[in-house]
Structure formats: structure tokens, C-alpha cells
Design a protein around this ligand. Structure first.
Ligand code: BDR
Ligand code: CA
Length: 313
């Protein structure tokens, strides 16, 4: 069993990432830490507690984290995830509360207790960056970070940037440049990781209280992607990061240079990754420093999600 900590801003796809982790017998979800992103920290923390209540897993501690990015002004994504951050379904009222300990300290302590912690950051990288800066020794106790963020192509909040990285570019840069095994799962890959209406119909047919909420959340999320972005099917971005930890190899990756632009007017928050190997020398980065996802086994990913939801029948 791998020890896993999910740092998140639920968020529809964050909720799916949590449910995937909780359903797996290959990972032990040691803690959930929350960050401001898709919605305010109050809302994302409440949503994390509601998802754990839904899954009947209030034994997993939730630690509230940073409520604002390190440098930039706050951006949220209510137009995608709604006013609550998890619009479209009747989630239960939370039957668990955040623990006293801050998310940053929870990341450090969970890593120290594990000695080989896997971290899936699936929101802005504020908590993880502060943990790495405040407790630099935790790199010894982190086995792997698989983050959902960035892209090798066009962005989704500006033409250049993906939301999680744009929401805190300085924090993302710290994480990319840390001396840890970092894998970036960006939009270039998560855009392929879609569920469509037939998949959601199959989930609805599972007919349990939990899978009905999942189907309602996914229907809301599908509607947003169809009306706002004219997409057929909805990408379950954040679950891709957890899927790679549960089953390494579901992603294809390139080991290369990758970091974040924090100075450009038009390119603020853009991830720059040398997936074509055109450079062997980068500022601030001594050697290839990241694994950048370039492809996903979409059929296997969808199967993993559907199998996970089956466990909640
Ligand atoms: C990312 O942004 C958020 O809205 C999603 O939860 C995901 O983490 C995709 O760009
Ligand atoms: Ca997210």
C-alpha cells in the first residue's frame, strides 16, 4: 500500500479524484489537505468534508490550508464548479470537521510519518510550495509528487496558462524546481481523459446513494463543458494524477526540463516543458527535473473510474 495525501480544491474533478483514491486497495489515503482555488478556502474545505462524508470515510483527516496565493491576486473558478464549488448534486452536510493542524504542517507531518509519501496536488500549489520551503527536509520523505496542472499546449484560463498553475504561479515554480520526483499531468493529457453521457448513464444505473450523487455531479460538469466550451464529454482532470499513483504507467511521461513562467505579461503562469528535447541547459534547473505526461491510456483510465464507482454501489 502506498501512502497518499491529496491536496485539493473540490471541485467536481477533485471529488472524483478523492473517490478514486478511497476506492483503491493500492493506496492508503492518509490525509486530505485543502487549498483555495476553484472556490474560497471555506468552500473547498467544506466540500472536502462533504465528499468524505458521502463516501463514509470521515476517518480520513481533512486539514485546511492556504486561503490565498503567495503573490498574485486570488482567482476562483465559480463559472466551472458553481457557487458552492460542487454545484449540481445533493451532497450530505459534513459529518467531519477540519483538524486543528494547518495543511502545510499536515503535509510535513504526514511525510515524516510515512517516510515515502505520494502527494497528488490537484489544485493551486500554494500548500505544497510552503511545505517544501518551510520544511525543506521533507523531500527525503516524499516518494513522488504527481500534480494536475499546467499544459504543453494552450491553457484554459488564459491562452498560455492552465488554471491550477495560473492561480499561484510562484508556488508552482517552487514545486517544479524542488529536489523531488515531480510528474506534471497537464491539460494536454487530461483533455483526453473524458467521460461522456453514456459513461454517466452507466454510473446512474449503479443506483446507490453515492453513485447517484456522482452521476449528478458529472452531469453538471458535462453541461458546463458542453455549453461553455462546446466539448463532447468532460475531462476528469484531477483523477488522472491519482490514477497514475494507483497504477503507474497509465500515463506516458517524458523526463525533461519543466518549470513555470512567472514574469511574462501574456504568459504569466505558463508551464514551459521541453518535451521535444530542444534544450540541454535551463536557467534555475540543473538537469532534467520533471516527468511530463504526454499521453494517457484513456480506456484504462475510464475503466479505473467506473470500477471505483462500482465499489460504492
Ligand atoms: C484544474 O482546474 C480546476 O478547475 C480543476 O479542478 C482542475 O484541478 C483544471 O485546469
Ligand atoms: Ca482541482
Amino acid at each position: 500500500m502506498k501512502d497518499l495525501l491529496v491536496d485539493c480544491d473540490p471541485g467536481h474533478d477533485d471529488a472524483m479524484a478523492l473517490l478514486l483514491a478511497l476506492a483503491s486497495d493500492r493506496v492508503a489515503l492518509e490525509a486530505v489537505t485543502t487549498v483555495a482555488g476553484n472556490q474560497t478556502i471555506e468552500k473547498t474545505t467544506r466540500n472536502a468534508c462533504r465528499v468524505l462524508t458521502l463516501a463514509d470515510r470521515t476517518d480520513v483527516p481533512v486539514a485546511r490550508g492556504m486561503g490565498a496565493p503567495l503573490v498574485r491576486d486570488q482567482v476562483t473558478a465559480g463559472w466551472v464548479h458553481g457557487e458552492s464549488g460542487l454545484d449540481g448534486a445533493d451532497l450530505p452536510e459534513p459529518e467531519t470537521e477540519p483538524i486543528e493542524r494547518h495543511a502545510v504542517e499536515t503535509i510535513a507531518q504526514t511525510a515524516a510519518e510515512s517516510g515515502a509519501l505520494h502527494i497528488a496536488p490537484v489544485g493551486p500549489l500554494t500548500n505544497v510550495a510552503v511545505a517544501l520551503r518551510k520544511h525543506p527536509d521533507i523531500v527525503e520523505d516524499i516518494e513522488r509528487i504527481v500534480l494536475m496542472g499546467g499544459t504543453t499546449e494552450d491553457g484554459n484560463i488564459t491562452p498560455a496558462a492552465e488554471f491550477n498553475v495560473f492561480a499561484d504561479p510562484e508556488a508552482a515554480k517552487v514545486v517544479f524546481e524542488a529536489d523531488v520526483d515531480v510528474t506534471m499531468v497537464g491539460l494536454n493529457v487530461t483533455r483526453e481523459a473524458r467521460l461522456d453521457r453514456d459513461h454517466v448513464a452507466r454510473i446512474r444505473e449503479m443506483e446507490s446513494a453515492i453513485t447517484t450523487v456522482v452521476a449528478d455531479l458529472l452531469t453538471y460538469f458535462l453541461d458546463v463543458y458542453e455549453t461553455s466550451f462546446e466539448w463532447d464529454g468532460v475531462p476528469i482532470h484531477d483523477a488522472c494524477a491519482v490514477a497514475e499513483i494507483v497504477e503507474p504507467g497509465v500515463l506516458d511521461t517524458e523526463h525533461t526540463f519543466a518549470t513555470v513562467e512567472t514574469k511574462g505579461d501574456l504568459t504569466y503562469g505558463r508551464t514551459v516543458a521541453d518535451v521535444r528535447g530542444v534544450s540541454d541547459d535551463w536557467p534555475n534547473v540543473e538537469a532534467p527535473n520533471a516527468n511530463v505526461a504526454v499521453d494517457i491510456d484513456r480506456d484504462r483510465f475510464v475503466e479505473m473510474l467506473l470500477d471505483a464507482f462500482e465499489t460504492y454501489r
